[in-house]
Design a protein around this ligand. Structure first.
Ligand SMILES: [Zn+2]
Ligand SMILES: [Zn+2]
Length: 236
């Protein structure tokens, strides 16, 4: 019975996708959320990059910021710069309620992971505060994590990591110092289900890396052995 219900729910999702016309978020062409020509012109973040923060770095060595950064996160990667069509896509996902685009975007993340494997056995989305979750109705990072988990056959843990403190969105802070200070004490880990695991944190956009690092800090305090971060896009 449960199987039948699950299949019906899936069918209904598929039917909705068929019924809703998809328009390219880059050029408006009908057919897909990202048309072939916009897919070709995505702002890819190519190596050489800093092995820690994932930002472009001409010699492929630790960048100056990371030399001074006492990071808890093992590293951050993103397939794209937060720019152009990717910026529009994230905007649609986050602020225009276009949840269905999460599948397209997670496919891009899964292609990236296929070519650039990262350590991790469980996906953990960067959580939203409950207040924000109520306003938006969904956590865009959790949507990406769920789609990515389904594509790559990874479990997703949405329970262990929680956001306890409500803070200014990182985009509204002005300096790196402010961004790091803004996320201190924001996250907490619940239960012991995640102890001993290797976590791949999932977010839509990484800015300074402060949010992902704050998540990594509490996860490691809770006994997580490794934390890598994968964002769809990196603000450079
Ligand atoms: Zn297009
Ligand atoms: Zn770096």
């Amino acid at each position: 019975m449960v199987g039948v219900l699950a299949r019906l729910t899936k069918l209904r999702g598929a039917a909705l996708n068929l019924l809703l016309p998809q328009f390219c978020v880059g050029c408006g062409k009908e057919g897909a959320f990202l048309c072939n020509s916009c897919l070709q012109s995505l702002p890819r973040l190519e190596p050489p990059i800093c092995p820690r923060c994932g930002r472009p770095q001409s010699d492929g060595e630790l960048c100056r910021n990371c030399h001074e950064w006492q990071a808890d996160i093992d590293g951050i990667r993103a397939p794209f710069r937060f720019d152009g069509v990717i910026r529009s896509a994230v905007h649609q996902l986050k602020y225009r309620n276009l949840r269905a685009i999460a599948r397209t975007l997670s496919q891009l993340m899964s292609e990236y992971l296929g070519n650039n494997p990262l350590s991790g056995e469980v996906l953990v989305p960067v959580p939203l505060h409950n207040k924000r979750l109520r306003e938006r109705g969904y956590n865009q990072s959790a949507l990406l994590a769920k789609e990515l988990g389904a594509l790559m056959n990874f479990p997703v843990d949405e329970m262990s990591l929680v956001r306890e403190k409500f803070v200014l969105p990182q985009a509204r802070t002005t300096s790196v110092e402010e961004r790091h200070a803004n996320v201190v004490g924001v996250f907490a880990c619940r239960g012991s289900g995640i102890r001993g695991k290797r976590v791949l944190l999932i977010d839509d956009v990484a800015t300074s890396g402060a949010t992902m690092n704050a998540c990594a800090s509490v996860l490691k305090l809770a006994g997580v052995v490794a934390v890598w971060g994968l964002a769809l896009a990196r603000e450079i």
